[in-house]
Write a protein that binds this ligand. Structure first.
Ligand code: UT7
Length: 334
């Protein structure tokens, strides 16, 4: 990327709640089957946060691990960005709650709202601050407790989503490594395809909004599906193009984990073999902004990433939004 400093991901960390909700459990709750869920989505189970767990609690667990791996003290953080659509409160931001909990006294803190693309918006923002020399270390967390805003009587959505958190410490890396290209986009005209209708200033909470179940996620699944396939391909192509990298040189694709069929379309398009794609949606479902950082962290822990690998992170989501980045992996700080 252009800028004074090369920027990369110094370390990652993740956390998912203990409680597992399986397809068999869902069969007892709504008119669905394990066969339908697996064949249409690839999801087998997802994690559900405890009643007392809020997003900042999950974020804290993931952040602690990422900071420990990066060997960076919370006091050294210059900024905290939390990507979430399930903040603890409308305000203060979840990033502020996390800043206090971590004791990151000098860090600026803000939340990013870009739904499932939130982590990509977050790391892209973080990278600019570090590239231009304003900041040294930025913590980016993608976290969701979607189970709190899912209607477990709506089979169109309740089988898809899960809870979790993934964190990344962004900082300077050796010249020639780190982020090579970014692509971010939005099409607000598709906002109604995936939304939580009430609870904001358009429809503040009333007895009526609660009775009408307007505080739960609503989604036009097949419309989002078509959009997703299209932007996954175009965003991936854009970062390959910008970085001047042929698709044959992709070492690992870490896509947003919404639906196996969406990922498969991208895999076929770019001619990737199974070992070059990270998939964990069978175990977690769609964790929105947490999907990519959790998948990246697991891939790293499993030894699937080595120094110099060309890695693409790509996602899409409500907004509508999409994003991708291509990075040459190195966790060595500069
Ligand atoms: O992170 C971004 C957020 N969301 C997404 O990425 C989701 C993108 N969309 C998808 O993944 C897929 O569209 C779904 C998995 C949501 C649905 O798959 P689909 O192949 O697009 O199915 P469909 O919406 O065309 O629905 C097919 C049928 C419908 O029945 P009818 O109208 O054909 O009789 C649905 O009512 O499947 C029915 N259906 C279900 N059946 C059993 C919907 N949900 C379920 C269910 N179990 N859980």
């Amino acid at each position: 990327m252009t800028g004074t400093h090369a920027v990369g991901i110094l370390a990652t960390g993740s956390y998912t709640p203990e409680r597992v909700l399986t397809n068999a459990d869902l069969e007892k709750m709504v008119e669905t089957t394990d066969e339908w869920i697996v064949s249409r989505t690839g999801i087998r189970e997802r994690r559900i946060s405890a009643p007392e767990q809020a997003s900042s609690d999950l974020a804290y667990e993931a952040a602690k691990k990422a900071l420990a791996k990066a060997k960076i003290a919370p006091e050294d953080l210059d900024m905290i960005i939390v990507a979430t659509v399930t903040p603890d409160y409308s305000f203060p931001s979840t990033a502020c709650l996390l800043q206090s909990r971590l004791g990151a006294a000098k860090a600026a803190a803000l939340d990013v709202s870009a739904a499932c693309t939130g982590f990509l918006y977050g790391i892209t923002t973080a990278a600019q601050f570090i590239a231009n020399g304003m900041y040294r270390y930025v913590l980016v967390v993608g976290v969701e407790t979607l189970s709190k805003i899912i209607n477990y009587e709506d089979r169109n959505t309740c089988v898809l989503f899960g809870d979790g958190a993934g964190a990344a410490v962004i900082g300077r890396v050796k010249e020639g490594y780190g982020f090579k290209a970014f692509d971010l986009g939005a099409d607000g005209s598709g906002g109604e395809l995936l939304l939580q209708p009430a609870g904001g200033s358009r429809k503040p909470a009333t007895q009526e909004t609660i009775d009408q179940k307007l505080h739960f996620v609503q989604m036009s699944g097949s419309e989002v599906f078509k959009f997703a396939v299209r932007v996954m391909n175009s965003a991936t192509e854009k970062v390959l193009d910008k970085a001047g990298l042929p698709k044959e040189e992709i070492d690992l694709l870490v896509p947003h984990q919404a639906n196996y069929r969406i990922i498969d379309a991208a895999v076929k398009r770019f001619g990737l073999s199974d070992d070059k794609v990270v998939i964990n949606l069978d175990r977690y479902g769609n964790m929105s902004s947490a999907s990519i950082p959790v998948a990246l962290d697991e891939a790293f822990e499993e030894g699937r990433i080595k120094e110099g690998d060309n890695i693409i992170l790509v996602g899409f989501g409500g907004g509508l939004t999409w994003g991708a980045t291509l990075l040459k992996w190195s966790t060595e700080q500069a």
